[in-house]
Design a protein around this ligand. Sequence first.
Ligand code: PHE
Length: 488
Amino acid sequence: MAEKAVLGFLEKNEGIPDSGQFAAECGINHDELVNVIKSLHGFGFVDSQDIKRERWVLTDEGRAYAATGSPEVQFFLAIPTEGIPPEELQRKLNPSVFRIGRSQAMKNQWVEMGKQRVTRKVLNVEDTVKDLLLRVQDGQAINPEDIDALKRRKLIAPQIWKGYSIRKGTNYAPERKKAATDLTRDHLQRGDWKELEFKEYNFSAKGQPTEGGHLHPLLKVRQQLQLIFLQMGFEEMPTNNFVESSFWNFDALFQPQQHPARDSHDTFFLQVPSTTKMLPEDYVERVKHVHELGGYESRGYGYDWKREEANKNLLRTHTTAVSTRMLYLLAQKPFAPKKYYSIDRVFRNEAVDRTHLAEFHQIEGLVCDRGLTLGDLKGVLKEFFSRLGMSKLRFKPAYNPYTEPSMEIFGFHEGLNKWVEIGNSGMFRPEMLLPMGLPEDVRVIAWGLSLERPTMILYKIDNIRDLFGHKVDLGLIKRNPICRLGIE
Ligand code: PHE
């Protein structure tokens, strides 16, 4: 309606000099008109120029007097022709009208304030204040002295008024057709599709983001590692048991029962069920024997091995527990060489910081064959890590209860331009392999590393909590590049 009025008016007139006046003449709300002008301006239908005006508006008090008359006139009219005792007059009027009315009426010399009686000094009075207020209310001009007087009595206050003057714009048309965005059944039935103006396609608008599943960086890196293992002829081990017994996690690995890693500070023990139900008894006997007394040319640890300790359930601290189970199974059949791998979760009761969580993913590989040597281990590691993009390796002697020799693996990271620790490795001890029943000349070379470490390096994440756990950065999970191992 306001839009029609503006465009219609401009069809026959030069322009609209004052939106305030125009609104008043057309009976349109000015705020509504302003919105229409802004929109028409935006589309080039009109050119508009700001107008700012200071104008006077009535205060609350001013509005009250405009309605009921000024206090001085109310005061005057309350005095009967014969006069009235002041107290009685005071009772007739409200206190502020009495107070203000009295002083103004006296100033105007309309009344005589006697001690006994208040009397009129003139016959008639005119309410000029009320008249002035009504004119201000109507937006009519009044002279500067009157403005001053009303301002001093706080009956009017200034207000900045904003409006526009407008003229036809470059896209002026007597009517703005709403551009259609869709061709509907109704358009076709009514036949008005012929006149429709369609909104232009915005080819540079971005489409809705597709919502769907997103692969976590750890999953991407894991998949690439799985491919490497598979290309190298490795088979995946079943790792679907986070809960393990101490026996498979530690004892079978020739890890003594007093070993600090078994301490509850590093290991999460289960309360329910707290112990395992079943272990292969004859094998348990051989493990007990090798711990206590040795055998297979070993002296053992010479301590009193406790079955209760081995029965305790825990969250596996490494996937080497899985490797151990697999090697034991292998030993139950006529020997055949194997290459095994796994990538899955392990749990350690560690203080959480930028690089540690209480759980992580372990990558584990092993080769089991007759007559393998440390040279074979180094060769396999070279092959494996070069496929990860690390062809320069260094080894440092290390200690694991279940491997001898043991080596920490360092790789030169071309991107970071430094040597970084990338894993742990070794040859499983005879004290671990022979009680299982594997042939004497069978050697097992193995290594392990975390999945988080290479993932953080590849994706340049320096806080593990951004990658995994309850503080994970969901933006990162939704938008991360494909994983390309071996290319920096
Ligand atoms: N289990 C070792 C660890 O937790 C890794 C490892 C696997 C070491 C195999 C040697 C051989 O770090």
